[in-house]
Design a protein around this ligand. Structure first.
Ligand code: PLP
Length: 451
């Protein structure tokens, strides 16, 4: 047995394997250890204060010190720390949360299945679609359509839906049949001189052509984030989502809105699909559902999907799918309390109210010599770094400037995240005007240093 290293820092280097990390670089650099939170701020083990402008991982809506969530967890742990929902069993927190989600999500989405993570939720969506189509006697209807730069998780199936190179490389993905379509990002993907409307029309034509080429009878679902998050915060071009919804309906393809980041007010509307004017067959949520105080994700489906699945379970005798932690009572109790806090404090309204200040404030950086484009909606935004804005030439090596800016932001007491060429912002929904002003000021100082 190894001797225990004598500091947390050394122990981390000796024993931890970090997700999304160059592990050899980490051995040199070591961890940034966060020890406590207070509202929109966190503190490291040196006592340094940071505004957490990515809300952890796009998730901590109510901030980092909400004692009501701690109390809700503790009360549930004392009353019933664990139970499950397999084979007709049930408990109050998951019943109440399912009811609440059916009420909060758009009309028609009525049935809820719980998982522990967004990745498991999207795996479950794929399995639901396969199960349902087998039950309907169309076993060839199995493929998924997704988008380049879409992010849907990292398990073998959800990672296959994800359209980002670093999630595929050397993992042998995609491992299931997925076709990735053009990223709906006007600034980066439009042709020279192409209008936004024409760009949308081209993407919709690509979608329909792909369906016809592969055969509508082979395509089970289309999945997308209303606003793309981890691929670089891309808002959709005008008319895109209603167009996608129309084409999916025409060819009987399930439309899945991955709202793991978008859900619960992030875009200024309760759900991203409402912001962009479409209703999915399946809506996936996680992250802000519990503010990530506990791991939990929820898949909310419409009656058409539910009935097809339910009919097949009647035929087969069961839905042979579910996790030990599906609808965990402590996670659901925390989720219920979290949604109550969001509603009581009108945090979704807060995102809409602060949107102009936040988005306009960031757009002032559009003329900065290092910036190609600033984009976003509600309280989510991306600032894309570009060596040459006119030609949209990226810095080399890829992502280097965004990485540098993020490190300089940390020096200034601001946590943001580099996603490829883009610096991403997604602050807790509790932020105030003063917090937004401080985020913009700290970012400005970091950008000046980066020159
Ligand atoms: N879907 C989206 C849109 C996400 O942003 C994420 C995570 O960032 C996931 C799915 C995967 O969620 P998890 O990390 O909980 O597996």
């Amino acid at each position: 047995m190894n001797q225990r290293p004598n500091s947390l820092h050394a122990s981390d280097i000796a024993h931890s394997m970090h997700p999304y990390t160059n592990m050899r670089a980490h051995e040199e650099k070591g961890p940034m250890i966060i020890t406590r939170g207070d509202g929109a701020r966190v503190f490291d083990d040196q006592g340094k204060e940071y505004i957490e402008a990515l809300a952890g991982l796009w998730s901590v809506a109510v901030g980092f010190s909400e004692t009501r969530l701690a109390d809700a967890a503790y009360e549930q742990l004392k009353k019933l720390p664990y139970y499950h929902s397999f084979a007709h069993k049930a408990h109050e927190p998951s019943i109440r949360l399912a009811e609440k989600l059916a009420e909060m999500t758009p009309e028609g989405l009525n049935r809820v299945f719980f998982t522990n993570s967004g990745s498991e939720a999207n795996d479950t969506v794929i399995k639901m679609a396969w199960f349902l189509n087998n039950g309907l006697g169309r076993p060839e209807k199995k493929k998924f359509l997704a988008r380049n730069k879409g992010y849907h998780g990292i398990t073998i199936a959800s990672g296959s839906l994800t359209g980002l190179p670093s999630n595929h490389k050397d993992f042998d993905l995609p491992a299931i049949p997925v076709t990735h379509l053009t990223t709906p990002h006007y600034w980066r993907c439009a042709n020279e001189g192409e209008s936004e409307v024409a760009f949308t029309a081209r993407l919709l034509k690509e979608l329909e052509d792909t369906i016809l080429a592969e055969g509508p009878e082979t395509i089970a679902g289309f999945i997308g984030e209303p606003v793309m998050g981890a691929g670089g915060v891309m808002t959709p071009p005008v008319g895109y989502w209603p167009g996608v919804a129309e084409i999916c309906a025409k060819y009987d393809i399930l439309l899945v809105a991955d709202e793991v980041i978008n859900g619960f007010g992030r875009t200024g509307a309760p759900f991203g699909c409402q912001k962009y004017g479409f209703t999915p067959d399946i809506l996936v949520t996680s992250k802000q559902l519990t503010s990530s105080y506990m791991p939990l994700a929820a898949i909310v489906v419409n009656d058409k999907v539910y009935n097809a699945i339910a009919d097949n379970t009647a035929k087969l005798g069961t839905f042979g799918h579910g996790f030990t932690g599906s609808g965990h009572p402590v996670a659901c109790a925390v989720g219920l309390e979290n949604l109550a806090i969001i509603e009581e404090n009108d945090l979704m309204g807060n995102a809409a109210r602060l949107e102009p200040m936040f988005q306009d404030g960031l757009r002032k950086f559009a003329d900065h010599p290092l910036v190609g484009e600033v984009r976003g909606v509600g309280l989510i935004a991306g600032v894309e770094m570009t060596k040459d804005r006119a030609t949209k030439t990226a810095f080399e090596p890829a992502g280097a400037m965004a990485t540098k800016v993020v490190a300089l932001c940390a020096e200034e007491g601001l946590i943001v995240r580099n996603v490829y060429e883009t610096v991403a912002f997604c602050p807790p929904l509790i932020v105030t005007e003063d917090d937004v002003a401080e985020i913009l000021a700290r970012f400005g100082r970091a950008m000046d240093k980066a020159l």
